[in-house]
Design a protein around this ligand. Structure first.
Ligand SMILES: Cc1cc2nc3c(=O)[nH]c(=O)nc-3n(C[C@H](O)[C@H](O)[C@H](O)COP(=O)(O)OP(=O)(O)OC[C@H]3O[C@@H](n4cnc5c(N)ncnc54)[C@H](O)[C@@H]3O)c2cc1C
Length: 376
């Protein structure tokens, strides 16, 4: 049985689908959001919620910075349970070689209007006294923040609903093509536009998308108010995020409003099961203790895993799918989907409505991957 047509059907109520729903509804389009589970129950529930500007490439910088500015503008409207804190990131330099990278990053950000402060070791220690002695210094990026992703997704969906969007949870989508969404129960939803925002499951609905699952582990401690003030990330994190094959861990810790400390992070390809991998978890925690030895005796209250949706060039897929002019992609955000969700929604809806996007969209277009996508 076919239901009444919508302008847009969004598959996935993670942070990306939620942002898209909010943006389409804001522009006056009729929206239905379909998720086989709950709001923010996929990678969004597993993510760290670090709203961070990154500079692996100009395209990554443009998307992360644009989106961070959108989050900052939204801040007064975010409810308390989103726990948005502009705590800043400190990129930790272990030695003088990494201080060279600190200065490079500082210059890069300065040229693009992002405030930063280079910290010598004395200043660093004043800011974060629990980091072990003997580091070289770091780079403070004060406009970076943190939030609690599932509540952010819920806020965006509810805002879309207030503008008329329809939400259907427990709705498993089996197939999408030519303006028809076929659900596993055999029913159909007719729509002009379909947005595949199914995260790392996007290839199940759009064959030919190159997305691989990249598993990550996180641990959250009991409450230790005041122990940590900034998100601390080792500069070696960049090597870990760049690795395309091997398993890797990096020191990445986050202060939560509750006083808890969220400890990450790991990256693994080829690990499809959700279970905690104790070897990599041990490596991750030992790495964290190399930077903050007093983390060792703290009690952890929960450990979990999640899957990032990784594309070969580490940039998300945002835009029309060449094989079907009703299908648009908003997926493949790897470890930055919380940060980049709002900008993803803006540039996707700009493309569809013919508005001029704030940043160049070409680096994110699904057609960039060439003929194999187009022929899929
Ligand atoms: C360990 C870890 C740490 C991270 N840390 C950060 C961070 O600090 N900062 C940051 O910016 N990002 C971070 N990320 C990345 C971020 O969490 C993701 O990029 C983001 O959540 C992706 O959101 P999404 O909406 O695309 O996907 P998801 O949240 O996975 O949502 C996809 C939704 O689609 C639904 N779905 C799938 N298939 C179907 C179907 N067939 N029918 C109906 N529904 C379907 C699912 O149920 C799910 O709800 C981290 C990720 C991990 C795993």
């Amino acid at each position: 049985m076919s239901q009444s047509p919508y302008d847009v059907a969004i598959i996935g109520a993670g942070i990306v689908g939620a942002s898209c729903a909010d943006e389409f509804a804001r522009r006056g389009m009729s929206v239905i959001i379909l998720d086989r589970d709950g709001i923010g129950s996929g990678a969004t529930a597993a993510g760290m919620g670090h709203i961070v500007v990154m500079d692996d490439s100009e395209a990554q910088f443009a998307l992360t910075r644009y989106s961070q500015q959108l989050w900052r503008a939204l801040r007064p409207e975010l409810p308390a349970d989103v726990e948005y804190e502009e705590c800043g990131t400190i990129w930790v330099a272990a030695d003088e070689e990494e201080m060279v990278e600190v200065w490079r990053k500082h210059d890069y950000y300065a040229k693009r209007g992002v405030p930063t402060e280079v910290l010598d070791w004395k200043r660093f220690q004043q800011m974060e006294p629990n980091v072990r002695d003997g580091m070289a210094g770091g780079l403070l990026v004060p406009q970076d923040g943190v939030l609690y992703p599932p509540c952010a997704a819920r806020f965006l969906i509810e805002r879309a609903q207030k503008r008329g969007a329809n939400l259907r949870l427990g709705a498993s989508v089996a197939q999408i093509a030519r303006g028809e969404v076929r659900l596993s129960d055999g029913s159909n939803v007719s729509t002009k536009i379909i947005v595949n925002a199914a995260g790392c499951f996007a290839p199940e609905l759009t064959a030919g998308i190159e997305i691989k699952k990249r598993k990550g582990h996180l641990v959250i401690t009991d409450r230790y108010p005041g122990f940590l003030r900034h998100q601390l990330v080792e500069l070696g994190y960049l090597k870990s995020a760049h690795s395309v094959s091997s398993d890797s861990v990096a020191f990445n810790v986050q202060p939560r409003r509750t006083g808890q400390i969220l400890i990450g992070s790991s990256r693994q390809y080829g690990a499809e099961h959700k279970e905690v991998d104790h070897d990599i978890l041990t490596r991750m925690l030992l790495r964290a203790q190399e930077f903050i030895p007093t983390l060792g005796p703290m009690s952890a209250v929960r450990t979990w895993t999640g899957f990032r949706a990784a594309t070969p060039d580490k940039l998300p897929l945002i835009g029309p799918w060449p094989g079907d002019n009703s299908v648009f992609l908003a997926s493949g955000h790897e470890g930055l989907g919380i940060t980049t969700s709002l900008a993803t929604a803006r540039i996707l809806v700009d493309q569809i409505t013919g508005s001029k996007p704030e940043i160049p969209i070409e680096p994110y277009l699904p057609s960039r991957a060439g003929k194999e996508f187009a022929n899929a």
